[in-house]
Design a protein around this ligand. Structure first.
Ligand code: MN
Ligand code: MN
Length: 352
């Protein structure tokens, strides 16, 4: 009898639990099964039909599609992007960010080729950027997908990476990412598009193009109305940064969406009413509070540099990093070298 009760209890527990996790998955991963031909994109557009995804609500900036190898549309539960086969990098990625995507998952750090690329296409490997002097720069940040391990891991696909100058990646780019998450914590829902343009060389046996510049557009919406609430007073943060060494504040790179459209040839926010587009795309938004905030963020992130590596900023493990995971070379190492970068113990690590 006691046994029966125990089994019933276990069963009830399982049923309840399964129910919960299903709900969470549906809410948080926005599966591409949202595909609904009746809801798709604006019928006024001449673009080819695009699958409906929460990440493409603003539109498909380059008219990416399945039959265009260098403007190849990939829609994942976690984000959508246009992949460029010949360049080995995305042209752009687009994603929604609200509280449901944020949680406490650690970085999975599983950089890897994207198996969803068509057969026969070159698949950039996680090791491809090694010794190139460039970081594997997430376009969709790891920090924007922390509600589950699967969602975080999806940001480590190499289709979501561009070679990014270490200063750019770790300084103002990161600060803007953190600023975006602050906006979410303040109760906003963001629609973000980011990518690179131009070419300043190639790495990884010429398989991977290095963009000359990296841009990001953040549309700040109210979660209750989402993109339907976008109007002439909606805030749109647009930055366009050089992909090179040198420090700065992300606000030094503020520009307009129109300027980025001119440079890239894309039409961003194409699902938004044309007259609203022309207003919000021509303004350069400057947000008064962000300056102090990004300075604070910098201070906080500097605190997380391991003292074993003076002169560079490498956070202590976990995760355990290898030289291939970082872009610093020939840097000084003090015991106990928590990442074991200095294999021959001569005090200098990751010698080029
Ligand atoms: Mn425009
Ligand atoms: Mn536009």
């Amino acid at each position: 009898m006691k046994k029966t009760i125990t089994w019933v209890a276990i069963l009830v527990f399982l049923v309840i639990n399964t129910g919960c996790s299903t709900t969470t998955t549906q809410r948080n991963t926005s599966q591409p099964t949202l595909t609904n031909p009746n809801r798709g994109n604006s019928s006024t557009s001449n673009r080819p039909p695009t699958p409906s995804s929460v990440h493409l609500k603003l539109g498909n900036p380059s008219g990416a599609a399945a039959n265009k190898p260098n403007n190849y549309l990939m829609v994942k539960p976690q984000y959508a992007l246009s992949y460029n086969r010949d360049k080995g990098i995305p042209n752009w990625a687009s994603w929604q960010l609200n509280r449901s995507w944020l949680g406490n998952t650690d970085r999975t750090n599983d950089f890897r080729p994207d198996s969803e690329l068509p057969d026969g296409w070159y698949r950039v490997r996680g090791s491809e950027y090694r010794r190139s002097g460039y970081d594997r720069g997430h376009v969709v940040p790891s920090g924007d997908r922390t509600n589950s391990e699967a969602n975080n891991s999806a940001t480590f696909l190499m289709t979501n990476m561009v070679p990014q100058s270490p200063d750019n990646n770790r300084d103002y780019w990161r600060e803007l990412e953190e600023y975006g998450r602050d906006l979410v914590e303040q109760g906003n829902e963001l629609y973000i598009i980011a990518g690179g343009y131009g070419e300043k060389g190639k790495i990884g046996n010429d398989k991977v193009s290095v963009p000359a510049r990296l841009y990001k557009i953040i549309v700040v919406t109210n979660p209750r109305t989402g993109i339907n609430g976008i109007n002439n007073s909606t805030k749109v943060i647009a930055i366009d940064t050089p992909n090179r060494e040198g420090n700065g504040d992300w606000e030094d790179f503020i520009t307009t969406v129109d300027a980025i459209e001119k440079k890239t040839g894309y039409d961003f926010l194409s699902n938004i009413d044309k007259s609203v587009q022309s207003v919000i795309e021509s303004k350069a938004y400057r947000l008064k509070t962000s300056n102090n905030r990004s300075k604070t963020t910098t201070k906080q992130s500097n605190k997380n540099c391991s003292p074993a590596y003076p002169g560079v900023c490498i956070p202590p493990p976990p995760p355990d990093l290898n030289c291939g995971d970082i872009s610093y070379r020939n840097f000084k190492v003090l015991p106990p070298d928590p990442h074991n970068f200095d294999g021959n113990k001569d005090g200098v690590a990751c010698v080029r």
